[in-house]
Structures are given as structure tokens and as C-alpha cells.
Design a protein around this ligand. Structure first.
Ligand SMILES: O=C1C=CC(=NNc2ccccc2C(=O)O)C=C1
Length: 124
């Protein structure tokens, strides 16, 4: 089996870093996210995240999800994805995300949610 362990330091294509804690018995984890995209001119802070991972199947490449509670914007991002290990043992987290921003009124809901993908590689 190819073991893919979420714990540790990861970086995505934007240059953002996240550190994920060890799983507890229930498969939940926490962590911190340091974004590289300064959507605000405020001091970019580290934002907390909470997530959960499925038990790795026989391929040892589990699915997971986590939510980042941005500390400097009225928004929240939910990531879902799977951990993959290539033949050389290189691990990547292939994710799809939804970014939900607070909008002033229901008339603005159409522009409240953005979707995208993000690939994280382990920072040795
Ligand atoms: O003020 C803000 C609000 C949201 C942000 N989202 N970052 C993301 C959203 C989706 C995927 C990756 C990132 C990232 O920062 O790497 C960043 C700054």
C-alpha cells in the first residue's frame, strides 16, 4: 500500500502554507493556514482550520475535508480532496475548494461563493 499521511507542513501553488496536526482516533485533525494571497491590506494572520479524514482504504490514499476560518476577512473556505502518492513516494493533496464571502444582502448571494482547485505538496 502507499501510505499518505496528512500530518505535517504543506504548500499549494499560490505559495500558501498549512500545518496539519496528527489525526485523533475519530480521524479529525486541526491545523493552521498561512495564506500567500493578501486579499486585504490588513496584517495577514495565520488562520485556524479543522478537518476530518476517511480511513485510508487498501490504497492508503484517503479522502479528507477541512475548513479554514480566515482571521482577516469575513469569509470561510471549505476544502475537500484526496491524498495521492506517486511511484517515487511523492505525496500531493488534490483539492477542490469553496470560498464563501459575507455579502450585504440576499441580492448579492450570486457573487458570494467562489470555487476552485488547489494542489498541495509536502514541504520537507
Ligand atoms: O482575505 C482572504 C480571504 C480568502 C483567502 N483565501 N485564500 C484561498 C482560497 C482558496 C484556496 C486557497 C487559498 C489560499 O490562500 O491559499 C485569502 C485571503
Amino acid at each position: 500500500i502507499r501510505k499518505c499521511d496528512l500530518q505535517g507542513l504543506w504548500r499549494n501553488e499560490l505559495g500558501s502554507n498549512m500545518t496539519l496536526s496528527a489525526l485523533d482516533a475519530a480521524g479529525t485533525f486541526s491545523g493552521s493556514y498561512h495564506t500567500a494571497v493578501a486579499a486585504t491590506n490588513k496584517q495577514i494572520l495565520v488562520s485556524p482550520l479543522q478537518g476530518a479524514q476517511q480511513h485510508p482504504g487498501d490504497k492508503g490514499q484517503p479522502t479528507f475535508g477541512f475548513t479554514v476560518h480566515w482571521q482577516f476577512a469575513d469569509s470561510i473556505t471549505a476544502f475537500v480532496g484526496q491524498c495521492f502518492v506517486d511511484r517515487r513516494g511523492k505525496e500531493t493533496l488534490e483539492t477542490t475548494w469553496l470560498l464563501r464571502e459575507e455579502v450585504p444582502s440576499r441580492r448579492d448571494i450570486w457573487k458570494a461563493t467562489r470555487v476552485g482547485t488547489s494542489i498541495f505538496t509536502r514541504v520537507k
